[in-house]
Design a binder for this molecule. Structure first.
Ligand SMILES: Cc1cc2nc3c(=O)[nH]c(=O)nc-3n(C[C@H](O)[C@H](O)[C@H](O)COP(=O)(O)O)c2cc1C
Length: 318
């Protein structure tokens, strides 16, 4: 594999100024979404990771976790269904082996954490504390079942989500915390307010939507775990709606948009709805250079639309 030409074609990206979100600043709004860009610098052979606003790494738990049985991904009509199941080697392994590699390629890093109990989140955050100054932010993935509470999903419960943010805030007092929410609930606006009050600097909207595909020959689910999470173009309007609704209800809450972003217009649309940063996820599976290509397209489209600063796009649909 060659690393030689990763920068070619990306020199002409329009400069539209830095942009801020949740108390932190990035050189542009484009980030890679958690779980779609690896734990470390796996995508560095394909594109210059330092050109991006940053990379959110796959969600990390305090301890290693094996994930779900194969098959774990399946294409859908306009996206994909996955049940990877948060596989990973845990925070200590990541801080020792993956974070230094990301830093060596000049990437701006956002860590993502998950847990199966409030205490699990606290422990993952505590383990991140020694490296917190090397991270732009910590994203708290709340789309996980709470094993202490009859497997309710944290992100579907305002109180539980607030409890998680409160313990993570206590462990990481100076970090920018992004609470990643789910649109599989009609209470997302209320939940955004409760995580903000509990210490989140921003909300990341949205995680995958619950889905299921059944193989008509075997009469069994196509994924090893049964159901999975739907992502990709199919969910883009759901994400834009969530961003728009939450901006309308919480005018001061910074938003990171994610869901089905596949070109520069999708980025601009999310920013108009209220997002300051925008993450690229499933698009990376069809083209590993998607992140920087979408950045280049978004900056070109912004110029065409007469916009000279990223910041001027944010909330402009309201
Ligand atoms: C294969 C796969 C793995 C994912 N793993 C995670 C994860 O570990 N943590 C997380 O917060 N989100 C995870 N996500 C969700 C994405 O970060 C993103 O929120 C979602 O896919 C919607 O964006 P997209 O349509 O651009 O992919 C994963 C998504 C996919 C497709």
């Amino acid at each position: 594999m060659t690393w030689l030409n990763t920068r070619r074609g990306f020199d002409e990206i329009e400069a539209l100024g830095d942009i801020t979100c949740g108390g932190v600043r990035a050189s542009n709004p484009i980030f890679l979404a958690s779980g779609t860009a690896g734990h470390g610098a796996e995508l560095a052979p394909y594109m210059p990771l330092d050109k991006l606003g940053g990379i959110v790494v796959k969600s990390l738990s305090a301890d290693a976790w094996p994930g779900n049985p194969a098959p774990r991904v399946h294409p859908t009509a306009s996206g994909m269904l996955n049940s990877v199941g948060l596989q990973g080697d845990g925070v200590p392994h990541w801080t020792q082996h993956d974070l230094p590699v990301l830093e060596a390629v000049g990437a701006t890093v956002v860590a993502s954490i998950w847990g199966r109990s409030v205490a699990d989140y606290a422990r993952a955050a505590e383990l991140l504390r020694p490296v917190s100054a090397r991270l732009l932010a910590v994203e708290v993935n709340l789309s996980c079942p709470n094993l202490e509470g009859r497997s309710a999903i944290f992100a579907h419960d305002a109180d539980l989500s607030a409890q998680v943010l409160a313990v993570v805030r206590a462990e990481l007092p100076s970090s920018s915390l992004w609470a990643k929410l789910s649109a599989n609930t009609d209470r997302i606006v209320e939940i955004a307010g409760s995580v903000h009050a509990a210490g989140a600097d921003a909300v990341t909207l949205v995680n995958t939507m619950l889905g299921l595909m059944i193989d008509t020959s075997t009469r069994r689910p196509v994924l090893g775990n049964g159901g999975g999470g739907l992502s990709g173009r199919a969910i883009h309007p759901i994400a834009v709606r969530a961003i728009h609704d939450i901006r309308r209800a919480h005018s001061e809450l910074p938003i990171v948009g994610v869901g089905g972003v596949s070109n520069g217009d999708d980025v601009i649309e999310m920013m108009l709805a209220g997002a300051s940063f925008v993450q690229v996820g499933t698009a990376t599976f069809s083209d590993p250079r998607s992140g920087v290509k979408i950045l280049r397209h978004a900056s070109r489209r912004a110029r065409e639309l007469g916009v000279t600063r990223w910041q001027d796009l944010v909330n402009a649909a309201h």
